[in-house]
Structure formats: structure tokens, C-alpha cells
Design a protein around this ligand. Structure first.
Ligand SMILES: C[S@@+](CC[C@H](N)C(=O)[O-])C[C@H]1O[C@@H](n2cnc3c(N)ncnc32)[C@H](O)[C@@H]1O
Length: 239
């Protein structure tokens, strides 16, 4: 197994054992998207959705199959996950686009260059944006606000720090959580996750990021909070 396969198989095990509450995330995501769809005029065009850091769609596929979308674009930095996502989704009655790319570059990019539809009604991103630095997150929020249609919806699932919590304290707390409760992963898998989060994760301070988002023109609502003061879902709409 190469580095990516090892990381990915550890992530698959996390999802399978619900260690980051992916099942609750899937339910909260369905509730947010279905509530928003329910409020739209029945005669409007079917919404175009873009999923940033889509992964293999292991959890979102059942929801995507039943949503009345106009199109779905799955974008991911890792090209290798895109065929897995396409396979997990299976046949759907709307066009799909699979795009290898960086989510920040996508937000900043020229819509005319993208294979995705130019009008975007739903943005979704789960457990991907926390890899950006604080400045990159602020840039992303401003740019994504411009990409989304004014009546659109952005569902952001991620790990976040408690208000005022240092990154180091967050990492120690998460490592402690893995050691004490993630016995369904092998010791090697636990170590992969610890290495990954210690090296790459930069979760936003939840109070600061809300202020940053509001300054970028978003209305922010916390729609779900996990049991471990880390995983959470925010629903953003253009203010
Ligand atoms: C932890 S996985 C989450 C996958 C899926 N969204 C889920 O919730 O199961 C993070 C995914 O985001 C992708 N990713 C990380 N940074 C990214 C970036 N800057 N741009 C696009 N995709 C990114 C990774 O390749 C990976 O597939």
C-alpha cells in the first residue's frame, strides 16, 4: 500500500466505525439540504450542486441519489477518489461532473474555465477545508461567496477548535480521544490518523471563523455539533 492508500484505508475505517460521527453528519446534511429545497419555489430550475473535497461519496451517495438536483460536481485534490465516488453514486437522473482540483483554486477560478455549471445553488464541503490556513480560509470564504448564487446554500462540515483553543491543545485533545476510544482501529491506523492530523489539520476557531465568514458576506448558523467539541456543521447563506 502506498502513502495515499494507507491514509485512505484508515479514513475508511473511521467512517465505518462512525468515530467522527459520519452517520449523524449524513443525517444533519440531509435535514439541511431537504429543508432548503423544501422552501424553494416548485417551478424553479433544479439546483446545481458542487461538492468540494468530495472523497469517495461513501456516505453522501444515498442522499445525492434522492435529491432533485439539476447537476452534481464532485471536486477533489486526489484524482484517485473520483472514480470511486462515481461508482458509489451510480446512475442518477442529472448530469455529473468529476473534477480533479484544489478547492481554493476552484473558488478563485474563472467560472468560464470550469466544466461545472456557471450558476451554483448548493455548495457542500465535508472535512476538507480544515487543511487551509486561516488566511486561505478567509480568502476561500470571500471567493466562494462570489461563486454561489445569491439564493444559494453552503453546507460546511468540518472539525473546528473551541473558541480561544490553541491548535496544539486541540491536537493533544484529539490524540487523547484516539488513544482512549478508537480501539476499533489498529495501532498502525491510529498512528496514521495522528500523523495526518498533527501535520496537516488546521481547524478553525469556531468563533473566529464565524466572524470571518460574516465579514465575507455570509449569514452563519451552526446546524449540528458533534459530541466531541470538534466535528460540526455550519449552514451558510449569502447575507
Ligand atoms: C477526510 S476526506 C472527506 C471526504 C468526504 N467529503 C467525506 O466527508 O467523507 C477529505 C477529502 O478532501 C480532499 N481534499 C483535501 N484538501 C483538498 C483541497 N485543498 N482541495 C480539494 N480537495 C481536498 C481529500 O483528497 C479527501 O478526499
Amino acid at each position: 500500500m502506498d502513502f495515499f492508500d494507507r491514509q485512505w484505508s484508515s479514513y475508511r475505517a473511521i467512517v465505518e466505525h462512525n468515530l467522527m460521527e459520519h452517520r449523524q453528519v449524513a443525517e444533519a446534511t440531509a435535514a439541511a439540504l431537504e429543508a432548503w429545497l423544501g422552501q424553494r419555489p416548485a417551478d424553479g430550475a433544479a439546483p446545481a450542486m458542487v461538492d468540494l473535497g468530495c472523497g469517495d461519496l461513501a456516505l453522501l451517495a444515498p442522499l445525492l441519489r434522492r435529491l432533485p438536483l439539476g447537476s452534481y460536481t464532485g471536486l477533489d485534490l486526489a484524482a484517485v477518489v473520483l472514480p470511486l465516488a462515481e461508482q458509489a453514486l451510480g446512475p442518477v437522473p442529472y448530469p455529473t461532473h468529476w473534477q480533479e482540483g484544489d478547492l481554493l483554486a476552484w473558488a478563485l477560478g474563472n467560472p468560464a474555465d470550469a466544466p461545472a455549471p456557471q450558476r451554483i445553488d448548493i455548495l457542500h464541503s465535508a472535512f476538507a477545508i480544515h487543511h487551509l490556513t486561516a488566511d486561505q480560509k478567509a480568502t476561500f470564504l470571500k471567493a466562494a461567496r462570489q461563486r454561489l448564487h445569491p439564493d444559494g446554500l453552503f453546507v460546511w462540515v468540518d472539525v473546528f477548535r473551541e473558541p480561544g483553543e490553541e491548535r496544539e491543545t486541540y491536537v493533544q485533545r484529539y490524540v487523547q480521544r484516539i488513544h482512549s476510544g478508537w480501539q476499533s482501529l489498529t495501532a498502525e491506523q491510529q498512528q496514521h490518523v495522528i500523523n495526518h492530523l498533527s501535520s496537516f489539520d488546521i481547524p478553525a476557531d469556531r468563533a473566529e471563523i464565524q466572524t470571518t465568514a460574516e465579514a465575507a458576506g455570509w449569514h452563519w448558523r451552526w446546524a449540528w455539533q458533534g459530541a466531541h467539541r470538534s466535528e460540526a456543521m455550519a449552514v451558510l447563506t449569502p447575507a
